[in-house]
Design a binder for this molecule. Sequence first.
Ligand code: GFB
Length: 305
Amino acid sequence: MLGHALVAQLRNNPDHQVILVQQDRLDWYSFKQVTALMTQYAPSTLVCLLGKSGGIALNQAAPADLMLDNLLIVLNVMRACQRVNIQKAVFLGSSCMYPSHTLQPMHERLLFSGYLEPTSQSYAVAKLALLQLCEAFNQQYGTHFICAIPSSMYGPHDDFDQKSAHVVGALINKFHHAQVNQVSQVTVWGSGLPSRELIYVDDVARAIIRCLAKDVSAKNNPINVGYGGDISIKALAEMIAKTVGFSGQMLWDRSQSDGVSQKRLDNSQLTSLGWSAQISVEQGLELTYQWYLYASAEAHDQISV
Ligand code: GFB
């Protein structure tokens, strides 16, 4: 999802010449292949968006896969960076790296200050290892590696599969199918009381491009990428239902985990660099749903052909 948004913006940006390598292009678990690729292209700067991620259900169903995948990839990519002497890189963290009970909005200095949320602990530890490696490289090799930590990201090309999606993708899919099939009730997970800070993918892409500029350096690591406000899951579900045109009843399945009650990021470091979110949650949900409809129609046409 973020790769699509980032490449679209970089292609319009004369300051950057982009070398794009897709996730399925090579075996990212192979240090030999990763180093060969980096040596071939010798980029001056790297943005690494690789690694598995998912919503609360996937984090509970596949913690080992998520942790291994993210650790192995980051170890390979970092070692390859060392081998070819990359000085500037941006990696992707996650808001689940923060302690589950901490001051809101969460400032970067609160990282490593408490216990992690149990539903995403394994994935979070892999992301904390990534952050620590950025710090270690910056300290030992004088690099400018930045771990950018987005809040709950959503948008076109998101995952809409119920088993692995985050809340926005999952609810768009659920409400859409209920609407199309004239089902009068939709089950939403948890109590509806937790809140999440949603951020549209294009805003995260702009933040990453901002981090590529020369004035963003090791001293800015890590950096939060937060929208600047959060919303309860209940209010979000109502907004998504409205966007999709579902007017039936919502049932709350309290047997499903709520996860952390709140995770809002302190975005003051990033805003002091001149960035601010441009897409409101209403706009972002509308854009995402329009893309979902378009992608579903495309998939349907391909099956028909
Ligand atoms: O987005 P989400 O899956 O992950 O869930 P987290 C956010 C909230 O939405 C939780 C509720 O309180 C869910 O119980 N929810 C309600 C639903 N209905 C649904 C539904 O149909 N599907 C889903 N998925 N949620 C993830 C972490 O946590 O956040 C990751 O597990 C990562 O590691 C990511 O950090 C940003 O926000 O709880």
